[in-house]
Design a protein around this ligand. Structure first.
Ligand SMILES: [Fe+2]
Ligand SMILES: [Fe+2]
Length: 240
């Protein structure tokens, strides 16, 4: 197979390619604005000024990421991205405590980063460029959630609530990868839009959170309780 060619503007796209670009920008735009909404909603639960300022800063970064995606979306579709994703905002729960915000950040924001990494070499070059820029900022985000979850897990009284919130946000995070092994996945890979199937990215994400899970005494729920289509070979065991 010849390698997919690089595309710079919508005039070079086939209708199928354009539809996938539209879909991937909607999916990213949704995740960015949702992250900003989560932070804004949870501000009242943040216990220290230093953390409030940090989260406010991250909120602004998420809106800037959204803005980048929205510009590209307008170039490709002539439409408004916020309008396009507004109705999907109900899908994600809003954190109701500081503990829940940290867990959401640890899992949901990290899933977003793993998802985005697959587009660094995207054949739609303008998208590859914004993704590279966004990823530099994202690295700070999920590390923050992880650090707070680790701190909270030191208190044995927090363990049960952390496990409950872990299960809730694991499902939300895994949902954001999209269904594995679909026709859309195959076309996107063949067209060079992304490098791997969603299932492979899910697998990397699952492996990446295991060390922190072990440190916090967290367990994966039973596979059928996760309620998400996952590749059969995904390994939900934790290192001893
Ligand atoms: Fe972001
Ligand atoms: Fe983020």
């Amino acid at each position: 197979m010849t390698s997919p060619k690089t595309i710079e503007s919508k005039d070079e796209m086939t209708p199928e390619y354009r539809a996938l670009v539209k879909q991937l920008l909607e999916s990213q735009g949704y995740r960015e604005v949702m992250a900003a909404n989560l932070f804004g909603h949870a501000m009242k639960h943040i216990p220290t000024l230093a953390y409030k300022k940090l989260v406010a800063h991250q909120l602004e970064e998420e809106l800037e990421h959204f803005e980048e995606a929205a510009k590209l979306y307008h170039d490709v579709t002539g439409k408004d991205l916020l309008n396009a994703v507004q109705s999907k905002m109900e899908r994600v729960p809003y954190p109701e405590s500081w503990t829940e915000l940290a867990m959401a950040q640890f899992l949901y924001d990290r899933a977003g980063e793993f998802h985005l990494r697959e587009y660094r070499t995207c054949s739609f070059a303008p998208y590859a460029r914004i993704v590279t820029k966004i990823l530099e900022e994202e690295e700070g985000h999920e590390g923050f959630g992880e650090q707070v979850v680790l701190e909270l897990a030191k208190e044995p009284k927090n363990r049960a609530i952390l496990q409950t919130l872990f299960e809730k946000w694991l499902t939300v995070a895994l949902l954001s990868f999209g269904r594995p092994a679909t026709e859309g996945n195959r076309f996107a890979i063949a067209a060079g839009l992304k490098s791997r199937d969603s299932g492979a990215v899910m697998n990397d994400f699952i492996n990446d959170i295991k060390a922190t899970m072990t440190a916090c005494g967290l367990q994966f729920p039973e596979r059928d309780k996760i309620g998400i289509a996952m590749p059969d070979d995904i390994d939900l065991s934790l290192p001893a």
